[in-house]
Design a protein around this ligand. Structure first.
Ligand code: NAP
Ligand code: GDD
Length: 345
């Protein structure tokens, strides 16, 4: 029997890799997509097969986590074996600008989707995209038993989603899991997250079309892994015998300065000559250090990351340099397009 999966956030970084993975495993994949005045399918365009063709296995449906009735209808129509809730307003700094919207999508959106599962009566397994941001100011190393202390509207909304997912597991016996994922990046990473902002700038500076890069706090420590390896972990969590919560991380921390060193150094440049400070990129309350302990996922799921932060920086710089040289759009945008990426948070 062909398995069916529903992915919210399919147009995002993780959604695109997860769709690839599930299609490769023979799944029929359904994705929730927001209606926009311009197409937002850049990360999944390479997966397109005309739905009129008999071999089509990827289907998109308009919907939004703010629209509970639509989620119930879709859930009943699709009747998925697995639901992956990846949709969110996922930018921590932006959550300080839009706290209410972030609560509505990143927090309440989760219970709307869980209610859609319950009310439609489908028998499905459910994955919730939880985050290392939950740990906030609790010092590393962080594991499944480390206390949470969220430091942003985004993290507070994710904390609600974490607990409501656990509650549906305990109250209704739903096979529901939280993946507590530490930062994971790729050439498809959104252009305003710090890693992609840096690697995109490296390509542009190297090509002579950018001269400065404005950043905020360079001292924060993050545990950066490679997104395709993390979506495999999501799938593994839903194949386990029992529902449980797992940390996915590499176990190694790097500062933003370290990431700058490797990224600029990879093309023979010194970042000190180009990086400037802009306080608009600071957060009202910062998360200083996140370094995960992925032992449980390694032991129980056999999940093993192979790409560390330095290797990741080189992968991302190479991708941005190639895209610029080819002059073609790379996934969502190429480094020569999206001028607002440099100006927005
Ligand atoms: P992303 O690239 O920002 O993608 C977010 C996705 O959510 C996009 O498809 C977006 O649609 C969709 N979305 C946003 N608001 C929505 C709404 N109201 N209704 C329906 N869809 C909506 O995020 P990501 O990096 O792939 O991360 C995936 C998930 O994991 C997120 O929940 C994120 O918070 C969480 N997470 C990420 C990391 C990480 O390091 N990447 C770590 C831990 C947890 P558009 O394309 O239309 O904007
Ligand atoms: N975005 C951004 N832009 N961050 C900057 C900048 C800048 O110009 N300058 C310094 N930083 C610092 C931030 O202050 C933060 O400490 C660090 O770089 C990482 O910022 P982001 O790349 O925006 O990621 P994040 O760690 O806040 O959040 C990401 O990871 C979480 C998991 O830990 C997101 O993907 C979240 O959705 C995810 O939950």
């Amino acid at each position: 029997m062909t398995k069916r999966a529903l992915i919210t956030g399919i147009t995002g970084q993780d959604g695109s890799y997860l769709a690839e993975l599930l299609l490769a495993k023979g799944y029929e994949v359904h994705g929730l997509i927001r209606r926009a005045s311009t197409f937002n399918t850049g990360r999944i365009d390479h997966l397109f097969v005309d739905p009129h063709e008999a071999n089509a296995r990827l289907f998109l449906h308009y919907g939004d986590l703010s629209d509970g009735a639509r989620l119930v209808t879709l859930m009943a129509q699709i009747d998925p074996d697995e639901v992956y809730n990846l949709a969110a307003q996922s930018h921590v700094r932006v959550s300080f600008d839009e706290p209410e919207h972030t609560a509505d999508t990143t927090g309440t959106g989760t219970v709307r989707l869980l209610e859609a599962v319950r009310l439609s009566g489908v028998r499905t397994r459910y994955y919730q995209a939880s985050s290392s941001e939950l740990y906030g100011s609790t010092p590393p190393p962080q594991s499944e038993t480390t206390p949470f202390h969220p430091r942003s509207p985004y993290a507070a909304a994710k904390l609600y989603s974490y607990w409501i997912t656990k509650n549906y597991r305990e109250a209704y016996g739903l096979f529901a899991v939280n993946g507590i994922l530490f930062n994971h990046e790729s050439p498809r990473r959104g252009e305003t997250f710090v890693t992609r902002k840096i690697t995109r700038a490296v390509a542009r500076i190297k090509a002579g079309i950018q001269s400065e890069l404005y950043l905020g706090n360079l001292d924060a420590v993050r545990d950066w892994g490679y997104a395709p390896e993390y979506v495999l972990g999501m799938w593994q969590m839903l194949q386990a015998d029992e529902p449980d919560d797992y940390v996915l991380a590499t176990g190694t921390g790097y500062t933003i300065r370290d990431f700058l060193d490797v990224s600029f150094g990879h093309v023979g440049l010194d970042w000190n000559e180009f990086v400037r400070f802009d306080e608009r990129y600071l957060r009202p309350s910062e998360v200083d250090a996140l370094i995960g302990d992925p032992s449980k996922a390694r032991e129980r799921l056999g999940w093993e990351p192979t790409v560390d932060g330095a290797a990741l920086a080189r992968i991302m710089v190479d991708a941005d340099v190639s895209a610029l040289e080819a002059g073609t759009a790379h996934w969502v945008d190429s480094p020569q397009s999206a001028p607002w990426a440099e100006a927005l948070r």
